[in-house]
Ligand binder design. Structure first.
Ligand code: SAH
Length: 265
């Protein structure tokens, strides 16, 4: 198995539960000693999955790759697991920020999960003029991102940025980052052609607006961005959570990690 194959989530063992942990998995170049899981994870392993001592789990922490570990003690509320061997080395995924106007509850949960599965490395709630859900529960967004990362075999959980207004969020983008701006008023055209012109390895940001759409002033602000690509997602108006998945899919296919280019390191 070469490094790219080893970092591919499709090669993982699907039977073992996968858990994100905040603790180191390597210490002084050796597997870290037994670590105690959070109460919720402990409950999940002990009471929901009813694992026994010696059962195998997979752990990742965003730094040390993925590790196979065995359940070493099952105490109520505190399961300990001992890392044994690395199953995948850490690799860097795409450098892809996902900027979005927050939605309400269930749709926001869905969006955070799907954006994570699609490979976004940073989730950035932006408050636009027509954004209705102005308060974002960042802890809940992180919990959704962790759950999605555990399930889809990611080696890291996307960063969650604090919500801010659109102009501030745009000003924060690094000059080299290309902003892919999804606009239902963009002239119809194949987004893959626009996206394929972006050189491989360019840091990207995808922006999807609120259910009420962008205002003209916001469109002018976006049009004035030095590195922006305005794309259409077809002739139908998509709901924002659908637009999220569609936009990230075309971006990954044309300019991201669906292109078969080796993972960035
Ligand atoms: N205000 C609009 C709908 C906005 S849809 C209306 O009701 O007419 C929410 C967001 O999804 C938009 O801001 C845009 O970013 C994205 N979106 C939806 N459909 C799209 C399409 N066909 N092309 C590009 N972006 C789209």
């Amino acid at each position: 198995m070469n490094a790219t194959d080893a970092s591919n989530a499709r090669n993982r063992d699907r039977r073992a539960p996968r858990l994100f942990v905040a603790q180191p998995l390597v210490r002084d170049g050796r597997p870290a000693p037994a670590l105690t899981l959070e109460p919720q994870q402990s409950h999940y392993l002990a009471n929901v999955l009813r694992l026994q001592e010696g059962a195998r789990v997979l752990l990742f922490n965003g730094v040390d790759g993925e590790w196979s570990a065995s359940v070493s003690a099952l105490r109520r509320g505190a399961v300990t697991v001992t890392p044994q061997e690395q199953t995948r080395p850490q690799s860097r995924g795409p450098d892809l920020h996902y900027l979005f106007a927050p939605l309400k509850h269930a749709r926001l949960d869905y969006m955070a999960q799907k954006a994570t599965e699609m490979g976004a490395s940073r989730l950035v709630p932006v408050i636009t003029e027509r954004t209705e859900a102005r308060r974002v529960n960042l802890d809940r967004m992180l919990a959704n991102a962790i759950e999605a990362a555990e399930q889809c075999g990611l080696l890291a959980v996307p960063e969650i940025a604090a919500g801010e207004r659109l102009p501030a969020a745009l000003a924060r983008l690094e000059p080299e980052r290309v902003l892919i701006f999804c606009d239902e008023e963009a002239p119809a055209g194949n987004p893959l052609e626009t996206l394929a012109a972006i050189p491989r390895g360019t840091p990207l940001a995808v922006l999807v607006g609120p259910e009420g759409g962008f205002t003209d002033a916001e469109r002018r602000l976006l049009a004035g961005m030095p590195k922006a690509a305005r794309i259409s997602l077809g002739p139908r108006i998509l709901r924002a959570d659908t637009a999220a998945v569609a936009a990230l899919a075309v971006t990954q296919a044309a300019a991201g990690d669906w292109t078969g280019a080796p993972a960035q390191r």
